[in-house]
Design a protein around this ligand. Structure first.
Ligand SMILES: N[C@@H](CCC(=O)N[C@@H](CS)C(=O)NCC(=O)O)C(=O)O
Length: 208
């Protein structure tokens, strides 16, 4: 399998970390959706990442669809989502909230670089989405006493939250105040210390 995209993308990184925890080997093509757009669009007509190319040549796009495939490969005993019921729905909600924070952070970044004068209304809307998403995640994490969201080992919810937080802090340093979100700050440190996270990381460097 070939994973396309750079690890400064929270969505590419969540896939790489999950593959690493599952022990699935893959080749990595750290192609940029901008400077390597022609290569990326050969595998994904939307020129977006992550894109996972399977050994038979099929391309999977969208991190949720890729994760679904990885879970199938890993099998129900090992899957990084709880198997069903309220815990599974909660894990999906945490993933959706943190992916939403990451989406808003990416959109805010594009707004800055693509427009000479960023829209104030859109910027405000995205900042509010990020703040409210973080509030919800902080409250949920605070109410959890286990080392990771659903027990002793990290799952998809932990991964997506940590990847979203890292991108947010690097792309928009003022939008995450660790002292105001202590449970999330501890969560990030715990995840980033694991080999799967350490081995699949690339600092996001905003263009000068
Ligand atoms: N919902 C998508 C989001 C992926 C995404 O936002 N990818 C960004 C990089 S972080 C991208 O490909 N941007 C290029 C573009 O949209 O033009 C997923 O989960 O895979």
């Amino acid at each position: 399998m070939i994973l396309i995209g750079q690890y400064d993308s929270p969505f590419v990184r969540r896939v790489a970390v999950a593959m690493s925890i599952y022990g699935l080997s893959f080749e990595h093509r750290p192609w940029s959706t901008f400077s390597d757009a022609p290569q990326v669009s050969r595998f994904n007509p939307l020129t977006r990442v992550p894109t996972l190319v399977l050994d038979g040549g099929e391309s999977l796009i969208e991190s949720d669809a890729i994760i679904d495939y990885l879970d199938e490969l890993a099998g129900p005993q090992n899957a990084l989502y709880p198997p069903g019921g309220p815990a599974r729905r909660k894990a999906m909600r945490i993933c959706a909230l943190s992916a939403g924070v990451a989406d808003a952070a990416v959109s805010l970044f594009y707004e800055k670089v693509f427009h000479r004068e960023p829209s104030e209304a859109l910027t405000e809307r995205r900042r509010e989405q990020i703040a409210r998403g973080l509030d919800a995640l902080e409250a949920e994490r605070k109410a959890t006493t286990t080392p990771f969201w659903f027990g002793a080992r990290p799952g998809h919810a932990d991964i997506m939250v940590a990847c979203a937080l890292r991108f947010l802090r690097e792309a928009h340093p003022t939008l995450f105040d660790a002292s105001a979100r202590p449970a999330l700050a501890v969560h990030a440190v715990r995840c980033e210390g694991l080999p799967a996270f350490r081995d699949h990381a690339q600092a996001f460097v905003p263009p000068a």
